[in-house]
Design a protein around this ligand. Structure first.
Ligand code: A3D
Length: 320
């Protein structure tokens, strides 16, 4: 049986790391696509030359031609521009919307059966536009943000409690921006919810609040440190986790930007929600019950995403 084909649209910081991880994990053959001539070819060759030492057989190639992504099983989209210090994710909207149009059409014409994972920011609006431009079914187009935001939350919690990351589960819901909603009730250490851990004296409410805020600011913290771009190791790892769930039909329960048709009170748009990812793409949105306060925070985040969708409609009439 032929190896799965993984097309990475955008061969920048995240795209290159995705290619490296996909090869190391032998998830399939990798095609790196980018408009920058030589960049995808150079990264593909460089990673391929690590194959003999690492012992992977996956093939890697770079291209500027969409025809080369033909028949891809998975497409991960990072094409566009990333944040610099002082920029919000929303500042990227105008440029990246145009990029989503060309990428969506490229996928529609060459890899219409692929499972598509968008990473380009501002995430929730871009994945919505990408689905429209590509015309692929909504269960086959999703966005990566919740896995990363939850991983950041889990990392901070594991450090605070001095326990293994493996035993910390956490959910971050809503849009991938300042209004994201780290869920306290549904986050646990080995099944013990965070509010109980506060009562048990493992941490204080003040410290937990600081961790929640650090999670919301997680992307900006890295942008501030790097100064020349945004995070890419953890975003790539998160994208690969989702691709693997699809390729291996793992039925993983992962938070991601998924199309909602009434779940969590959200209709006809993309936003961060818990999902099940398996061979049918987004197989389910997990329709969890929220408290009144959680629902208010979630709705606030949903409204922020709607604002970005309206801005997109203003720029490109075909989305209206
Ligand atoms: P970067 O290293 O700049 O790579 C982007 C690549 O896209 C560059 O190599 C460009 O040449 C290429 N590109 C630009 N236009 C096109 C086009 N029309 N077709 C094909 N390729 C094109 O950025 P990065 O890899 O660090 O980040 C990529 C995107 O991910 C940015 O929009 C970031 O804001 C976003 N991002 C999202 C998250 C989430 O959690 C959602 C996290 C981190 C970064």
């Amino acid at each position: 049986m032929a190896r799965p084909k993984i097309a990475l649209i955008g061969a920048g910081n995240i795209g290159g790391t995705l290619a490296h991880l996909a090869a190391l994990k032998e998830l399939g053959d990798v095609v790196l696509f980018d408009i920058a001539e030589g960049l995808p070819e150079g990264k593909a060759l460089d990673i391929a030359e690590s194959g003999p030492s690492e012992g992977f057989d996956a093939s890697l190639r770079g291209t500027q031609d969409y025809a080369d992504i033909a028949g891809a099983d998975v497409c991960i989209v990072t094409a566009g521009v990333a944040r610099k210090p002082g920029m919000s994710r929303d500042d990227l909207l105008g440029i990246n919307l145009k990029v989503m149009k060309s990428v969506g059409e490229g996928i529609r014409d060459n890899a219409p059966d692929a499972f598509v994972i968008c990473i380009t920011n501002p995430l929730d609006a871009m994945v919505w536009a990408l689905q429209k431009f590509s015309g692929l079914p909504t269960n086959k187009v999703c966005g990566m943000a919740g896995v990363l935001d939850s991983a950041r939350f889990r990392h901070f919690l594991a450090e605070e409690f001095d326990v293994s990351m493996k035993d910390v589960t956490a959910f971050v819901l809503g849009g991938h921006g300042d209004t994201m909603v780290p869920s306290v009730r549904y986050s646990t250490v080995a099944g013990i919810p965070l509010p109980d851990l506060v009562k048990m004296g493992w941490t204080t409410q003040e410290k937990l609040d600081a961790i929640l805020q650090r999670t919301r600011d997680g992307g900006a913290e890295i942008v501030g440190l790097l100064k020349t771009g945004s995070a890419f190791y953890a975003p790539a790892t998160s994208g690969i986790e989702m691709a693997e769930a699809y390729l291996k039909d793992q039925k993983r329960v992962l938070p991601c930007a998924a199309y909602c048709d009434g779940e969590l009170g959200v209709k006809d748009m993309y936003v961060g929600v818990p999902t099940v990812i398996g061979a049918n793409g987004i197989e389910r949105v997990v329709d969890i019950a929220l408290t009144k306060e959680e629902q208010e925070m979630f709705d606030n985040s949903v409204n922020a995403v709607k604002g970005l969708m309206d801005a997109c409609k203003g720029i490109d009439g075909s989305l209206a």
